[in-house]
Design a binder for this molecule. Sequence first.
Ligand SMILES: Cc1cc2nc3c(=O)[nH]c(=O)nc-3n(C[C@H](O)[C@H](O)[C@H](O)COP(=O)(O)OP(=O)(O)OC[C@H]3O[C@@H](n4cnc5c(N)ncnc54)[C@H](O)[C@@H]3O)c2cc1C
Length: 378
Amino acid sequence: MKLSEDEVQVLDVLRRFVETEVKPLAMEIDKTKSVPEKIISRMRELGLFASYIPTEYGGAGLSFTFLVNAIEILSSACASTALVLDGAETLFAEPIMMFGSHELKQKYLTQVAEGAVGGLAITEPGAGSDAASIRTTATRKGEVYVINGTKTFITNGRISKFFVFDAVTDSTKGHRGITTFVIDTGTPGFHISRDIEKMGIRGSSTVELVFENAEVPASNIVGKENEGFKVIMETLDAGRVGIAAQAVGIAKSALDEAIAYARERKQFGQPITEFQGIQFMIADMATQLEAARLLTYAAAEAWEERKDSVRLSSMAKMFASDVAMKVTVEAQQLFGGYGYTTDFDAERHVRDAKITQIYEGTNQIQRVIIARETLRRL
Ligand SMILES: Cc1cc2nc3c(=O)[nH]c(=O)nc-3n(C[C@H](O)[C@H](O)[C@H](O)COP(=O)(O)OP(=O)(O)OC[C@H]3O[C@@H](n4cnc5c(N)ncnc54)[C@H](O)[C@@H]3O)c2cc1C
C-alpha cells in the first residue's frame, strides 16, 4: 500500500527527530542499557504510539506500511529505541486489534494510543522454537483464571504496563489447548524475576517473568479459550515484518556510515573508495540492502491485504536479518581496526543485527515455514 501524504509528512518529522535526538544518544543508550524516558516521551508527543491504533480507540489509524517505515527509521539510529514502539504495536496491540473484544480494545488500545508500552510473552525456558510446548498453565476459578509459570526473554519487560501472553488451558489438546490473555503489570503474583544481559540491543529491557497464582479475569482472553495458538501465530506474522524493517534500518546505517568513512580514509595515497576491492564490497552491500528493503515492503503490503502474508513475512524476516548480519560485518571491515573499537557505531550495528536472526522465530524456523508454505502452493 502506498503511503498517504499525511503519512509521508509524519515520517519526515520522524526522520528529523531520529537524526537530531535519537542518533546522538544511541551509543549512550547502548552503554547505559536503557532508552531514556525523555526519548519515549518525545515519541509520545510525535504521536508514534497512536499512529497505528484505529481511530475509534484514540489512534490515528495509519497503515501497517507506515508503522514498518517508522520502525526502519528508528532502527537506523537505535535498534533498542525502535523496539519500544515495535513491541507496543506489533506484539502487544496487534493481537488485541485482530482478536480482542470491544471491551479489551477499549481498555488497552486507548492506553497504547496515549503512549503506554506493552509486550508479548510466549517464550519459556523449555519452549522456544516449539511454541506449542509451553508449560505455563491457566486454570479457571469462577470469573478468573489462575496463572502459574515462567516466561523468558521478554522484550520491553521493565517498561511495559501490560503483556499479552499465552498459557495452557487444556493440557490434553496440544496447541489446541492454548489460550491467549492480557495481564497488567502489578497484578499480585506476577513479577519480574531477573533482567537478562545481552550482546546487542542493550538498551532494550529483556526480562524473565514469573506467574505465581496470578489471577486474570476471564474477560481478558484475547480471542477465544483454546484458540490462543492461532492468535500468537498471526501476531508473529505481523511482528516478523517489523523485525525485517529493524534489520533493514540497522544495515542501512552501517552501510551509510562505512561509505562516509571510506571516502575520508586515505591509504596508499588515495581514499580507500578508489580501490575496486572496496567498491565491489559496497556494490554487494547496497544490492543486498535494496533487495531486503523491497522484500520487507512487499511483506508489509501482503500483511495489509492478508494475501500470502505468512510466506512473505517469514521470507522478509529471514532474508533481511541475514543481510543485516552480512552488511554490518562488511561495513565493520571497511573501518579496519577502528571498526573494532567502541569509538564508532560499526561494532554496535553488528551486535544489534545479530538478534534479528534469532527472535520472533529463528531463521531456521523461518526456513521451515517458507518451505511448508512453498510446498503447499505447488
Ligand atoms: C533479546 C531477545 C528478545 C526476545 N524477545 C522476546 C519477546 O519479547 N517475547 C517472547 O516471547 N520471546 C522473545 N524472545 C525469545 C526468542 O523468540 C527465542 O529465543 C527464539 O524463538 C528461539 O527460541 P530458543 O532461544 O528457546 O532456542 P531453541 O528453540 O532452543 O533453538 C536452539 C537452536 O535450535 C534451532 N532449532 C530449533 N528447532 C529447529 C527445527 N525444527 N529445525 C531446525 N533448527 C531448529 C534454532 O534455530 C536454534 O538455532 C527474545 C529473545 C531474545 C534473545
